[in-house]
Every structure is written in structure tokens, then in C-alpha cells.
Design a protein around this ligand. Structure first.
Ligand code: NOJ
Length: 592
């Protein structure tokens, strides 16, 4: 059925002034991965009660928004990103009543709560898919991507898959269903069938569900792989590159109808709503030019996107092929995004999330300079133009986990990759190197609340062990220590709230070719900020920056290191030192 008419356009309300709609420019978002945050009932899995008990902790840190990774009913094949009911809460996490209480507590502290929206796919246990699979002529058959075997092949035979696309979680993107003799598409696990957004009923059901949550009081959505919802329906083969599989991404990343769908979603769900909402689209493979379109307020698509360029710079042909990051590459990439979204659109800023290894282990020094380098990374991120996201435990400087063997891992991506790579002849030890460095479980070990058993995360057996370094690295110790990473993050968040140049100032990269120093300025009217960071374990001197002498004598707003010795040049930086200076720039107006 063609039914773009079924979804009537709504008109944008003029009642919320534009500045208020962009409240998120001066906001900081904190991501909670519920399984690993705090467990209130001793079953070893974090839950809503655990989050509710930490709302004061988050308010004290000063964050404005909490983004909850999925808490919906789910078989947990991909830790909740496989949803079997969009309108309820997974029992292991709590109940809808518990959710409402949490939302009220969050709102009561002046914070907002954003849900994860996972609508590229459902769980294969979602009733929509159960129906779709039940027969080839079921009315919901077309809600998913069903296709016969490749021409001349039999379903289920090797090579019979409708396309050669490789899944993000290893193997083919196609699963054969012997009962109906066809394959269904799953870009992720076989328990995550892709919804067919070409079908109007699918889109209508998704929008209805989104309105249901907004009516309940949530403040927006983080949209999981939202730039994969529009596929090239001719489903061509991809360029062969992932082992035996081809790269289908040109046919499902930023597909032909994506802008249309996002605009329709905006009209159907957000337009005319009162209140301050936030939408952020997770968009792997998104370029800065495309991001400008997605986040141009005049186009009414999403407020900001998560892009992946900067977290791919230390990877080769695949995410497991790890090599050292070159600072000049990082500056070139982030600098390009700053420039590209300077006039139109908006950046989201992140080092960490539940899919990335811990930033201090990846980009900093998680040994001798753990505290200082974690503060440096926070300083750099929060001082860029854009909305910063803090991932749970980042504010404590939590590190990667000491995983040894494959049985230490829980994540389907790591487990499947290990099996596939070893079956293809790679040595288990070499595969484990990639998993230890890039594996998503690094982000998923329990938040380290104190130095007691299981880091104070649970009184039971945690679903994944706490990092043994919780004896030293934990929230209780960090709160008690004014020099901790936590207090530095609080100061950064506070600075964004107090100093308009942080949220609204323009951005100029300095010393782009310098191999140790990351430096930039932010300017708003008469206020100019300078951020200087030595991203290395060796001292560095930043006297090449423009107006160095003036900066030397300007106000030092924030630093992560002791004041320089009087005998040292003021712009010499200790290993991993970061500073933020402020000066007032008086414009001379010629009145002759
Ligand atoms: C992106 C999510 O961040 C990740 O955790 C998940 O595995 C995939 N999308 C599939 O939903």
C-alpha cells in the first residue's frame, strides 16, 4: 500500500521559541547502560531501582539529561538492543510503575530522560516478527525483509543467501526460514530482524509507540542506527571484503528515503509538542556533509547525530585491526566536523559509549597518568562546540578490563567474531588481542561505586565481573578527593553552564600539524577561550600559538596539573597536561 498520504503532515508550533528548542546546546548528557549501572535487588543485573538510587549522584555531577540504553522486554541476545515489546519494561530491570517513579525523580532534580529507540530491527521474539514469520501470506509478512534464495539456488544451501552482505555480528545478514522457504534480513544478529520501513504500517506503528513514550513524559530519543532504516530495495550484492562476505553498507547506510522518513517522523511525533525534547541519531558511516542535512533545524529531522569517524581512526580494515592513533588525524577529523557544522547543524561529542572501549585506555594513559589523561580527554571533549555525552564510569576514569580468555567475554559481537575468525584460521591469541582492545565488554563491566566486593554494584553475582581495579578506582574515593577525575568532570559541566562561549562560541583549531599538542580557541563576542592540551607522555611547549604572550597572562579557568614552576615558560605543558584560559578581547572600533 502506498500511503504517504495516510500520514498527514502536521504544522510546526510557533509557541516554543527557537532558543528554547535548542536548550541542548548548553546541556551535558549522561548515558546509562542499565545492566551495568547499579543493581538494587541482588540478581547481579543493574536495574531501574539501582538507577533511582543514584539520581542524586547524577544531579550532583551536574548533568542535564540521562540517556537510558534499552530497558524494554528483550531476550537479551544483544543486551537489550533486541526488543520484543516496545511498550513495557524488561522484568529484570523493573516495571512501568518503577519507570514512572524514576522519571519523576529525574524530573524532580531538574534533569531530563531520553529513551533508546531501536527501530531498525526488532527481536525475532517480537509479536510483529512472530506473525510475519508464521506464513508467507501473513498480513505482517511485509513488515520485514523476506526474500527467496538467490536465483538458481536452494534455500539454506551455502551461497543461497539473497545477497552476499556480511552481518555486523559475523556471518551472513540473511537467515533461512525452512517453514516458509525464504530468508529474512538481519544486519545485526539473527535474532534482530530488520523492519521494512518501506511499509507504511510499520512507520505508523513506530510513530505511535514514540508518541506513547512522549505522552508518558520522556524527553526524547537516542535513535539506534537510524541511518540504516532506508534500504535500496533492489538489494544488490556488495563489494566483497569482509572475509567471505560482501559490504552491503552502500545499500543500507543513508538510504534513498532516509531524509523523507526522518522528516515524516518529525511531523508525526515531535512537531507541535510542547516541552524541551532531544533527538540524537546514531549514524555509522555518516559524513559531515550528510550530518549537516540531518541536523539543519530548517529541515526538521534530528537535533544532532553520533558520527563514528573519530572512533575509527585507530582501526584498519575492521574494528579488530587496531593501530595507534595519530593525533594529527584526530585533529583533522574533529576539526573538519567542527568547521562543517559551524554555521548549520550541531555536533554531538563523545569518546565513550557502551560500544566503545574505555577512552582513558584507548586515547590516554591508564597507568601512571590515568587521572591526568582522563581529565585531559574530558577537557578536550567538553570544550569543543557541540553537546558532550558522558558514558557511565567515564567520570571516574574507569579503564578497560583485564580480559584474558574468550570465556571472559559476554558480548555477542566478540563471541561471534572469535568463532568466525578462528574457524577461518586465525590464531586464538591474535584474535583475542583485538577483542581485548576493542571489545564492547570493556565498557560494560559494572560501574565502580566503592572498594567493596563487586565494586558495590551488586550484593549478588554480577553478570560480568567488576574490574579488579575498583579497589582504587571508584566513586566513593573520587567524591572524597577534590583532585579526582569526577571533580574535574563536574567543573567542566559547570563551566558549560556558566560560560556562554563554551556552548555557543565559534571554534578555531590551532597547530593542526603538531604531534603532541591539541590546541583550539572558542570565541563568543568579547570572550575568548584557549584550550591547550599535551596529548602525550612527554613535556611540550605551546609557545607557537598566536598571541602566546597575551595568553600566558590571561585567566587560567581550569587545569589538570600543578601550576608551572616560576622558572618554566608558562606555556610549557607537563605530560598529559590540559589547560583552559580565558581572555577578554576588546575590539577597537575606528571612529575617525
Ligand atoms: C548500535 C548499538 O549501539 C549497539 O549496541 C547495538 O548492538 C546495535 N546498534 C544494534 O542495535
Amino acid at each position: 500500500m502506498s500511503s504517504d498520504q495516510v500520514l498527514a503532515p502536521a504544522t510546526e508550533s510557533s509557541e516554543v521559541p527557537a532558543e528554547d528548542r535548542q536548550w541542548w546546546k548548553s546541556a551535558v548528557v549522561y548515558q546509562i547502560y542499565p545492566r551495568s549501572f547499579a543493581d538494587s535487588d541482588g540478581d547481579g543485573v543493574g536495574d531501574l531501582g539501582g538507577i533511582a538510587a543514584k539520581v542524586d549522584y547524577l544531579a550532583e555531577l551536574g548533568v542535564d539529561v540521562i540517556w537510558l540504553s534499552p530497558v524494554y522486554p528483550s531476550p537479551q541476545d544483544d543486551a537489550g538492543y533486541d526488543i520484543s515489546n516496545y511498550l513495557d519494561i524488561e522484568p529484570v530491570f523493573g516495571t512501568l510503575a518503577g519507570f514512572d517513579a524514576l522519571l519523576a525523580a529525574v524530573h524532580g532534580r531538574g534533569m531530563k530522560l531520553v529513551m533508546d529507540l531501536v527501530v531498525n530491527h526488532t527481536s525475532d521474539e517480537h509479536p510483529w516478527f512472530v506473525e510475519s514469520k508464521s506464513s508467507a501470506d501473513n498480513p505482517k509478512r511485509d513488515w520485514y525483509w523476506w526474500r527467496p534464495a538467490r536465483e538458481g539456488m536452494h534455500g539454506g544451501d551455502p551461497g543461497g543467501e539473497p545477497t552476499n552482505w556480511g552481518s555486523f555480528f559475523s556471518g551472513s545478514t540473511w537467515q533461512f526460514d525452512p517453514d516458509t522457504g525464504e530468508y529474512y534480513l538481519h544486519l545485526f544478529s539473527r535474532k534482530q530482524p530488520d523492519l521494512n520501513w518501506e511499509n507504511t504500517e510499520v512507520r505508523r506503528a513506530v510513530y505511535e509507540m514514540m508518541r506513547w513514550w512522549l505522552d508518558r513524559g520522556v524527553d526524547g530519543f537516542r535513535m539506534d542506527v537510524i541511518n540504516m532504516i532506508s534500504k535500496d530495495s533492489s538489494l544488490p550484492d556488495g563489494h566483497p571484503h569482509i572475509g567471505q562476505w560482501g559490504d552491503g553498507s552502500p545499500y543500507y547506510i543513508n538510504g534513498p528515503r532516509l531524509h523523507e522518513y526522518l522528516q515524516e517522523m518529525h511531523r508525526e511525533v515531535f512537531a507541535g509538542r510542547q516541552g524541551q525534547l532531544l533527538t540524537v541519531g546514531e549514524m555509522p558511516g555518516c559524513t559531515v556533509e550528510e550530518a549537516r542535512l540531518f541536523t539543519d533545524p530548517a529541515r526538521a529531522e534530528v537535533d544532532m547525530v553520533f558520527q563514528f569517524e573519530h572512533v575509527s581512526l585507530d582501526q584498519g580494515a575492521s574494528k579488530w585491526d587496531v593501530h595507534p592513533l595519530r593525533l594529527v588525524d584526530l585533529k583533522a577529523s574533529l576539526g573538519r566536523w567542527q568547521a562543517g557544522l559551524a554555521e548549520v547543524g550541531w555536533n554531538s561529542l563523545y569518546w565513550n559509549n557502551h560500544d566503545q572501549p574505555r577512552a582513558v585506555s584507548r586515547f590516554g594513559d591508564d597507568g601512571e597518568y590515568r587521572v591526568r589523561s582522563a581529565k585531559l580527554l574530558g577537557t578536550l571533549l567538553h570544550l569543543h562546540r557541540g553537546t558532550p555525552y558522558v558514558y557511565q564510569g567515564e567520570e571516574l576514569g574507569m579503564t578497560n578490563a583485564p580480559f584474558q580468555q574468550i570465556s571472559d567475554f559476554r558480548d555477542i559481537e566478540s563471541i561471534n567474531h572469535f568463532a568466525e575468525a578462528v574457524a577461518a584460521g586465525q590464531s586464538p591469541d591474535s584474535v583475542l588481542i583485538g577483542l581485548r582492545t576493542m571489545g564492547r565488554d570493556n565498557a560494560r563491566t559494572p560501574v565502580q561505586w566503592d572498594d567493596s566486593a563487586n565494586a558495590g554494584f551488586t550484593t549478588g553475582e554480577p553478570w560480568i565481573p567488576a574490574n579488579p581495579n575498583h579497589r582504587q578506582i571508584n566513586a566513593a574515593a573520587a567524591l572524597a578527593d577534590p583532585d579526582s577525575v569526577w571533580h574535574h568532570y563536574r567543573a567542566l559541566i559547570d563551566l558549560r553552564h556558566r560560560e556562554p562561549a563554551v556552548a555557543h562560541g565559534d571554534f578555531t583549531m590551532l597547530l593542526p600539524e603538531h604531534e603532541q599538542i591539541y590546541a583550539f580557541t572558542r570565541r563568543l563576542d568579547d570572550a575568548e577561550l584557549l584550550v591547550l592540551a599535551n596529548v602525550s607522555g612527554r613535556t611540550a611547549i605551546a609557545d607557537q600559538i598566536p598571541h602566546a604572550a597575551q595568553w600566558e597572562n590571561s585567566e587560567l579557568l581550569l587545569t589538570n596539573a600543578p601550576a608551572p614552576e616560576p622558572s618554566q615558560p608558562r606555556l610549557s605543558l607537563l605530560p598529559w597536561e590540559a589547560r583552559v584560559y580565558r581572555r577578554v578581547v576588546r575590539s577597537v572600533i575606528w571612529r575617525g
